[in-house]
Structure formats: structure tokens, C-alpha cells
Design a protein around this ligand. Structure first.
Ligand code: IPD
Length: 292
């Protein structure tokens, strides 16, 4: 049956707005939840509670849709072609634990494994990034006056992307910091920062993959590179970025069409010179990620 994407999009926003209060009023506690695979891969009771509330509401309204969520994912679960809500209840859990208000509910809908609707909502700043594939993406700031509230992305006409040495670049350490992945990350960061050969204007780590993608969509960050992300970190932000003229490709050189569950991503904002910049970035990556 035909899916009314606008209606689904509006419902996803409604839930995110409602559940946002649950996040801002919580005292972050890892309590029984603790860490997942190592001491820096944190999960709080709020992550789990928020996922439960959202998945229950989605299931009541759209019982035939599938669901994949960070807190209920089991190794081996596969994304299928069915319409699937993909949720990270708190993207930026480490920020949340430390009371750094750079946190988002990242809720996407994939159809045929293609990111189709994206909602990225920061409940602390009451800032929403949202988009529907083929219909543009927007920034809504609920705390501003009505006239200023909703803006189409990107926020400014994109200037040409000439070379990396004029870029502001986001990277993340993520929670996977072992062996080869650590080596590829640290040595690539060093190359980006170095005076000889590297040389970007600055490196940023916002601590939320979803918000990094939205910052690239807005045009506030030129490039974002990370390996180790999961489908729920990227599905929603991918739609927002794609609708703003941005591109997502594999973080390793070679694959221009990565899948939503591929786990290695290079995102570049819209603007003339996008392809050349991707090639330049790939030339700087020191080795290959082999995330499982
Ligand atoms: C993490 C954040 C972080 C990124 C990790 C993600 P979580 O999500 O987005 O910025 O570096 O790769 O897993 O664990 O806070 O939901």
C-alpha cells in the first residue's frame, strides 16, 4: 500500500518532541544498564526507557512496519526491505552522561533499505532537523519566534568546495578504539591537522553522529568522517544531508554508494567541487577501516 510519508514524518516529530522532556528531565544514570562492549560504550537507563516509549508508540500507529533500535538490536539482526523505523533514542550518550547538551533523538524510516524520512531532534536546544526524501530538509528552532522558526537547509548558499585546506572537518573517535581502527583514525587525524600535507581549518567532534550529519547538511561543517557508526546513528541524518545537497560515501576509498548499515562513512556538504573533495579526502586516509 502507498505510505503517506508526510503523515509518518509528522508523527515521528510529534513523538520525538514528547519524549524529549523525558531526556531533559532525567538524571543520567548508567545504573543497571552500564556499558555495552567496553568502558567507553555507555548506555543509560534513559536510553532504554526512551527506546521503549518510542517503539511502542510507533508500533501502535504503524503495526506493519519493522523496527530496529540501538538498545534492542541483537547481533545478526538484519535490515530488510520492509518499511523500518531505525532509532537511536539518545545519540550522544556520552555527552548526555556528562551533561553536555549535545544530544539527539535520531529517528529514521528506511524503505527498501533506503533512508527515506529523517528526524534528528535535540531536546535540550529544542532544535529539529527533518526531511523526507525528495522533499527537502529543514531546521526548526522551537525556541525562536515563529517567523524565524523553520528554515530550509542548507542555511546559506553553498560556496565551492575547493580543497581540504579550506574545510572545517568533523571526525569522531567513537567507542571502537582498538588495533587497526585506532591506527587508521589517529594517523588520519594527524594528517588532517598537520602543517605539511594535512591542513584543514579545524577538527571538530560534536559527539553525536546524527548531529554531525545535520551540521554538514546545514553547511556549518564541510566534511565528516567516521567508522564504527550503526544504522541508527546515520539513517535519519543521511536523509537530512541528502536533501540539502550533501553526499554520503564510504569512508574507505572506492565505494560511492554505501549502505545504511555499512558502518563507515564520509559525508560532504553540497557545493561545487564535492567529488574532487571526496577524492582528496580519500587520498589522505592512512589505511583501511575493517569494522565488523
Ligand atoms: C555514538 C555517537 C558518537 C559516535 C559513535 C556513535 P551513541 O552514538 O554518535 O558521536 O562517534 O560512533 O555510536 O552511542 O551515543 O548512541
Amino acid at each position: 500500500a502507498d505510505i503517506n510519508l508526510q503523515e509518518v514524518h509528522d508523527f515521528m516529530i510529534e513523538i520525538a518532541r514528547k519524549v524529549g522532556e523525558r531526556i531533559t528531565s532525567a538524571t543520567p544514570s548508567t545504573g543497571a544498564a552500564g556499558s555495552k562492549k567496553n568502558s567507553v560504550d555507555l548506555v543509560t537507563e534513559t536510553d532504554q526507557a526512551v527506546e521503549k516509549i518510542i517503539s511502542t508508540s510507533l508500533h501502535e500507529k504503524y503495526p506493519s512496519f519493522s523496527f530496529m533500535g540501538e538498545e534492542t538490536y541483537k547481533p545478526g539482526d538484519k535490515l530488510t526491505d520492509a518499511p523500518t523505523f531505525i532509532l537511536d533514542p539518545i545519540d550522544g550518550t556520552t555527552n548526555f552522561v556528562h551533561r553536555h547538551p549535545y544530544v539527539a533523538i535520531s529517528l529514521g524510516l528506511a524503505i527498501n533499505q533506503i533512508p527515506t524520512i529523517g528526524i534528528v531532534y535535540n531536546p535540550f536546544t529544542q532544535t529539529l532537523y527533518s526531511g523526507i526524501k525528495g522533499h527537502g530538509s529543514y531546521l526548526t528552532q522551537y525556541l525562536l519566534t515563529p517567523q524565524e522558526k523553520k528554515q530550509r537547509l542548507p542555511l546559506y548558499p553553498p560556496t565551492p568546495l575547493e580543497t581540504l585546506n579550506t574545510c572545517l572537518v568533523a571526525v569522531e573517535w567513537g567507542s571502537d578504539r582498538s588495533d587497526n581502527d585506532f591506527r587508521v583514525k589517529s594517523s588520519t587525524f594527524a594528517r588532517l591537522a598537520a602543517a605539511d600535507g594535512g591542513m584543514v581549518h579545524g577538527l571538530r567532534s560534536l559527539g553525536s553522529a546524527a548531529l554531525n550529519l545535520c551540521a554538514v547538511a546545514a553547511g556549518e561543517i564541510d566534511v565528516y568522517w567516521e567508522a564504527g557508526c550503526w544504522a541508527w546513528d546515520v539513517c535519519a541524518g543521511w536523509v537530512v544531508l541528502g536533501e540539502a545537497g550533501g553526499r554520503v560515501v564510504d569512508a574507505n576509498p572506492g565505494n560511492w554508494e554505501p549502505r545504511v548499515d555499512e558502518r563507515r562513512y564520509l559525508a560532504v556538504r553540497g557545493g561545487e567541487g564535492q567529488e574532487g573533495l571526496i577524492e582528496e579526502f580519500w587520498g589522505l586516509v592512512d589505511g583501511r577501516f575493517e569494522v565488523g
